[in-house]
Design a protein around this ligand. Structure first.
Ligand code: GLN
Length: 486
């Protein structure tokens, strides 16, 4: 059962081949046996899941179940879940239990899906390797000595290892797409504003966006149409009709114009990754697409602009963790200042502290114009690069990350870790959607093809990814890890 896609499992439930209880039980057993090694979950909610599975089975018998009812999923531990701990990978929120559900959690529950638990992540979603988690690193099921990517590394590893058929992640600078690439699954970052951020612990509010991580584009379509839409509780969510993404997957690629940004094939790109991506593009050509080179001239400014804007927003968002209202509180504070200082010194990890310091600095008087304002101007130019490119082509393609998954512990220097985000980060600055699709291997480690489209063109993006998956079988490959289990 663990080899199946969400779409196949939905059909199996519908046909009565197995019950939701059987499905969830099997997934929970895999988690129990395999996750000691992977560490992809922070919290597993077995009892609650089985009770909800029984309810989904009863609803189905009564003819009352929607197409997703009874399907097991996992949530990155950044989505607030009523009554279940939401840690955000941080000691600061180690005992935080949200009094409400995030909008996407509510929508998934209304659709009848079963949450099996909360997945591991870099603390406050800051990282590209999942090594910044208070709960320890996650391993890549394709190669246990490699990282799964980050910050949604737990979600990616759990899907890749067949612990769950799909999971939600969040992407502020690549955190859905890069772990999807490293773990050989499909991950979609929607347009900024497509999916409500209400109840998603804030990292950098102008960049954060939740989205699906699954085996196939078709599965991502099913999830996106469930979670997308306007939300009165998130003023940045956009009031725009949510298309029936699943119904639009079968678009023809004949005449599709693909642009290859020349900046995405330059220095620093691993040759095996490049080969896999170029092979994937040939597949598109064979399916009738036309390929040309384009330029995104401000690409080299994306990392510096992002690493000013994201820490600035983070320093402001994370000021709420002061030991007063919720989260960690230091023992016996002598006064208010002592409470703040020790609570924050104890509760936050090293990378989070680094970003709070950077952000506080760039927002301070005398530096604001030189850093923050400048970065916002650069952001505008980066966005314009994409808009200009989409005047010429329908979609852009390139590698999701410059290298395959690297070894655990290999990236010791924060700046070299930030360079991992070179192809993903500009997409968040521009607010456009992007998807990572399995496109081959570099040795044992998967390679992702990134496809980008104009704002709100998720239907096109999913269709373009789906057509590739009809013609290739990279998304069907499974790691040897956990194969022995049913
Ligand atoms: N790696 C990037 C960072 O550390 C992106 C993280 C994300 O998308 N949440 O900020």
């Amino acid at each position: 059962m663990h080899d199946k896609t969400l779409t196949e499992l939905a059909a199996g439930l519908q046909a009565g081949e197995f019950s939701s209880r059987e499905l969830c039980q099997a997934a929970l057993e895999r988690i129990e046996h395999l996750d000691g090694e992977l560490n992809s979950f922070i919290t597993v909610t077995a009892e609650q899941a089985l009770a909800n599975a029984d309810a989904a089975d009863r609803a189905r018998e009564a003819g009352d179940a929607g197409p997703l009812a009874g399907l097991p999923l996992a949530l990155k531990d950044i989505f607030c879940t009523q009554g279940v701990r939401t840690s955000c990978g941080s000691k600061m929120l180690d005992d935080f239990v949200s009094p409400y559900d995030a909008t996407v959690v509510e929508k998934l529950r209304q659709a009848g899906t079963i949450n099996l638990g909360k997945t591991n992540m870099d603390e406050f979603a800051m990282g590209s390797s999942n090594e910044n988690s208070f709960y320890g690193p996650v391993k890549n099921p394709w190669d246990l000595s490699a990282v799964p990517g980050g910050s949604s590394g737990g979600s990616a590893a759990a899907v890749a290892a067949g612990l769950v058929p799909a999971a939600l992640g969040t992407d502020t600078g690549g955190s859905i797409r890069q772990p999807a690439a490293f773990c050989g699954i499909t991950g979609l970052k929607p347009t900024y504003g497509r999916v409500s951020r209400y109840g998603m612990v804030a990292y950098a509010s102008s960049l954060d966006q939740g989205g699906p991580m699954a085996r196939t584009a078709a599965d991502c379509a099913l999830l996106l149409e469930t979670i997308a839409g306007h939300d009165v509780r998130d003023s940045t969510s956009v009031a725009r009709v949510v298309p029936d993404y699943s119904a639009e997957l079968d678009t023809s690629l004949a005449g599709l114009k693909i642009g290859l940004p020349k900046e995405y094939f330059g220095d620093g790109l691993d040759p095996e990754v490049e080969t896999a991506v170029r092979e994937a593009i040939k597949v598109y050509e064979s399916l009738g697409a036309k390929v040309c080179e384009v330029s995104l001239p401000h690409t080299h400014l994306a990392i510096p602009a992002y690493y000013v804007i994201a820490p600035a927003e983070a320093s402001s968002n994370l000021s709420r963790y002061d030991g007063v209202r919720f989260g960690h509180r230091c023992e016996d504070p002598t006064d208010l200042e002592d409470l703040y200082k020790r609570t924050r010194a104890e509760g936050f990890g090293e990378e989070v502290k680094r970003r709070i310091l950077i952000g506080t600095h760039t927002l301070s008087e005398g530096f604001f114009d030189a850093y923050y304002l400048k970065a916002q101007q650069v952001r505008r130019l980066i966005r314009q690069d994409f808009l200009d490119a989409f005047d010429e082509v329908d979609v852009l393609m390139g590698p999701t990350a410059p290298t395959p998954a690297f070894d655990l512990g290999a990236q010791k220097d924060p700046v070299s870790m930030y360079l991992q985000d070179i192809y993903t980060i500009a997409v968040n600055l521009a607010g456009i959607p992007g998807i990572s699709v399995p496109a081959g291997f570099a040795g044992k480690r998967p390679v992702g093809l990134q496809v980008l489209a104009p704002h709100f063109a998720e239907a096109q993006l999913l269709g373009v990814a789906h057509q590739f998956q009809q013609a290739t079988d990279w998304h069907l490959k499974r790691p040897a890890f956990g194969k022995e289990m049913a």
